[in-house]
Design a protein around this ligand. Sequence first.
Ligand code: FAD
Length: 404
Amino acid sequence: MNEFVETLLDLPWQVGDPKPVYDVVIIGGGGHGLATAYYLATRHGITNVCVLDANFIGSGNSGRNTTIIRSNYGIPESVHFYQRSLEMYQQLEDETGCWIMHTTKGQIWTAHSVMTARTEQTRALMNAACGAKTDYIGPDEIKRLCPQMDITGGGRYPVHGASYHHEGATARHDRVVWAYAQGALRHGAHVFQHTPVTGLTRGADGRVTGVVTPKGNIAAGTVISAVGGHVSTVAGWADVRLPIRTHALQAFVTNAYAQEFAPIVSSNDLVFYVSQTPRGQMLIGAEYDRFASYRQTTTFSYLQACSKKAVTMFPFLGKLRILRSWTGICDVSTDFSPILGPTTTDGFWLSTGWGTWGFKAIPAAGSQLAQLLATGSAPLIEPFGLDRFAREAAMADPSSAGTR
Ligand SMILES: Cc1cc2nc3c(=O)[nH]c(=O)nc-3n(C[C@H](O)[C@H](O)[C@H](O)COP(=O)(O)OP(=O)(O)OC[C@H]3O[C@@H](n4cnc5c(N)ncnc54)[C@H](O)[C@@H]3O)c2cc1C
């Protein structure tokens, strides 16, 4: 598949401006906004829905991520939720008729100390108990699955073992966005690109009644914010203060590596991860920048530090060149779990807190949020409501990060 073929995708855009009134207006045409529209239309017959994006669909983190899909999380509620999403991804090509380039690769999560090996053993047991196929494996098995790995870790970071998540996968990120956009559009939802929401309209009782755009005000029964790293601004318009800070996350690819690199590998101690794209490039990422920021530039210090770690474990990477780097701004919640559903302001809902881990969640989150809106009940995301912070029931999950 090349860029030319991608332009032939059949996306039946609306002609003209948005209608003055919708049942649901979703701010943000990333994976989460579009999946919610798709499931509202296809599962619940709610088609009077409009998705508005300030830029083009997938221009946020949904088109910038490193595409890892996994469910080996740190708390049972998360494992159940992400396992549902992982299984929905496995069916997404059949469901939508779109080729999203889904590939099950398996994910190796290495431990370089006795302490981390215990952490990975615990993770494997807990994951398996919650339905995510994961085993603890030793160095020989790791070497068999990933011959390129230097098991001595450059002599300094020896690999003691790893948790192996059998169903870890990747899918082409923008194809996922397009698949949901196409499905939503075909079922009657409206999607408008280059239509920024610049404010919210409020009733006398404070209820959010719609959105303000350069194309005029649009009234809505419910407004859902799915704006990634811009959520604090949008929630502020509704007088909702969130336990979220926006941080930049960087990633980069090398030129093509001629051999196959089969699995996804994450290192718990070195804090980085690597996989191979369908084009053969090596895709490398690590943790988000520590300071809160909306900056979307790449830093030399990040590329340098990340490359050093990667070459330590995979010496062949030293012969490749960094081809391209990019950055996204991430809505990182204080407990590293998503925030989904209604807020303290009537008429205003959220799909946020997706931080550096939300691509894998798109199918489950979209379908559950649509179900919650349509029926008032969605058990899988019940633990992830905003009210959990007031109830002191935070869902602290350090395994959200791609490296821990
Ligand atoms: C480098 C990087 C690597 C990552 N790797 C992974 C990974 O391997 N696996 C994983 O699961 N997750 C990963 N993530 C996280 C994942 O990409 C995000 O959590 C996910 O894409 C969030 O989707 P979203 O739909 O909520 O937001 P986005 O995709 O960011 O979409 C938000 C949209 O809202 C629009 N918008 C913003 N403000 C307004 C406004 N006022 N009016 C209208 N529209 C507006 C934007 O234009 C944007 O299109 C990674 C992220 C980055 C940056």
